[in-house]
Design a protein around this ligand. Structure first.
Ligand SMILES: Cc1ncc(C[n+]2csc(CCOP(=O)(O)OP(=O)(O)O)c2C)c(N)n1
Ligand SMILES: [Mg+2]
Length: 450
């Protein structure tokens, strides 16, 4: 039914794309589901105990004895290779890896990546002008968003960190709703209760963002376990930064999903920084992909600025995660070109030359544009008119959001309990008395009436 091949030495593993190979029959029959959901599959059962054999009998490892003292070397110098499909000029390196997407699909990738970029510029500027309270840009990471989102099924569930707006955009979240959330206006699906960029959309299977880092990781493991039990051919993708991977919750999520055999894709955006903490202060191993084998997860490192490499890796991980019920770890190497957020000034901890390199010489958008131009699918004129049109579309949505009223303050107290508790009810009455008493300080006309 299944076979596991796991290299014995960590050092040996580092040269391989996939660190463990497991083939398990697809999950079909309900009785099989029941068995898989509640019991460990046969291949992972404890090794049989046989005291007559001069080999280790420890239940926690399956290995041989050695008679020489040797520590395993972490290979951080020549580490896990970075899978890519295109070079920086947008040429396909190995034709067998070309996903051969249609012109229409590739143009859609490009339009989504650039639309995200335009939306970021306008919302970033609007925060600088004091129109919204906060914002986080996605500059430089557009390839990781669009490449991964395109490889999923719409029914797959997304657990994001906060810098994955392109995934939601690819799924069809309209500009008006992005703006409504950032403006916390009456159209916001979250009813204005969250900070900007904390999007969520039930219809698009995009779980609402929450600020405490890495909380989404064990939640995603639980959701993937539930989806496996439903047997509906759905997967979960969980995005996180390399900084969030240092949280204890990351360990809990990785280990639960591996031992419970969950159809889950862990997608790490390694963008070089966690606010001002660079990766060389964040970890001492070979990035995040190197941790996968430790959890018994199939793992790969990809060039996150190569949208096709991200697409291929996520597509294959998604296919196998569902067919074989096991988690995958993808580490997408990229660079955070913008400041961490509008509360950060990155010139305090990194050089302009470093940022310029990624902005001008190794950018996911320009790489895809080179690819399209070489095929005659895109011209200077197309670029000019698309830039103009996309900016106009974003500006129109922005103006609509700004004109819209704020949600009724009463909504602060709803949706916590099915029926409002006496305590909450007293707080609500007290709020209204306060607003009434100091009405000159509250622009109540800017809020929706009850
Ligand atoms: C538990 C917790 N600790 C600290 C923070 C403050 N914080 C917000 S974002 C961030 C850095 C995260 O970096 P990374 O995971 O690499 O994501 P990136 O911002 O680079 O996309 C920190 C420390 C937080 N939100 N939650
Ligand atoms: Mg980071």
């Amino acid at each position: 039914m299944a076979a596991v091949v796991v290299s014995s030495m960590m050092g040996k593993m580092y040269g391989l794309c996939f660190h463990a190979v497991r083939q398990t029959a697809g999950l079909k029959a309900p009785w099989l589901l029941h068995r898989r959901a509640f019991r460990i599959s046969a291949v992972h059962r404890q090794q049989p105990f046989d005291s007559s054999l001069e080999k280790p009998q420890f239940p926690g490892a399956s290995a041989d004895f050695v008679d020489h003292l040797e520590f395993i070397q972490p290979n951080v110098i020549s580490g896990i290779p970075v899978y890519r499909v295109m070079d920086r000029q947008g040429n396909i390196i190995n034709p067998s890896q070309d996903p051969q997407l249609s012109k229409e699909t590739v143009l859609n990738f490009y339009q989504k990546m650039t639309m995200l970029n335009t939306m970021d510029r306008i919302l970033y500027e609007s925060q600088r002008q004091g129109r919204i309270s906060f914002y986080m840009t996605n500059y430089g990471e557009e390839g990781t968003h669009i490449g991964s989102a395109a490889a999923l099924e719409p029914t797959d569930m997304v657990f994001g960190q906060y810098r994955e707006a392109g995934v939601l955009m690819y799924r069809g979240f309209p500009l008006d709703l992005f703006m409504a959330q950032c403006y916390a206006n009456a159209d916001d699906l979250g009813k204005g209760r969250q900070m900007p960029v904390h999007y969520g959309c039930k219809d698009l299977n995009f779980v609402t963002i929450s600020s405490p880092l890495a909380t989404q990781i064990p939640q995603a493991a639980g959701a993937a376990y539930a989806l496996k039990r439903e047997n509906l051919n759905r997967a979960v993708i969980c995005y996180f930064g390399e900084g969030a991977a240092s949280e204890g919750d990351a360990h809990a999520g990785f280990n639960f999903s591996a031992t419970l055999e969950c159809p889950l894709i862990f997608f790490c955006r390694n963008n070089g920084y966690a606010i001002s903490t660079p990766t060389n202060e964040q970890y001492r191993g070979d990035g995040i992909a190197a941790r996968g084998p430790g959890y018994g997860m199939l793992s790969i490192r990809v060039d996150g600025n190569d949208v096709f490499a991200v697409y291929n890796a996520t597509k294959e991980a998604r296919r196998r995660a569902v067919a074989e019920n096991q988690p995958f770890l993808i580490e997408a190497m990229t660079y955070r070109i913008g400041h961490h957020s509008t509360s950060d000034d990155s010139s305090a901890y990194r050089s302009v030359d470093e940022v310029n390199y990624w902005d001008k010489q190794d950018h996911p958008i320009s790489r895809l544009r080179h690819y399209m131009t070489a095929r005659g699918w895109w011209s200077e004129d197309d670029e000019r008119s698309w830039r103009k049109q996309s900016r106009k579309t974003v500006m129109e949505a922005f103006e609509r959001a700004e004109r819209r009223l704020k949600p009724n303050p009463e909504l602060l107290f709803t949706d916590v309990y099915q029926e409002m508790t006496p305590g909450l009810s007293r707080q609500r009455d007290s709020m209204w008395r306060h607003v009434q008493q100091y009405k000159e300080h509250y622009p109540v006309d800017q809020y929706e009436k009850q």
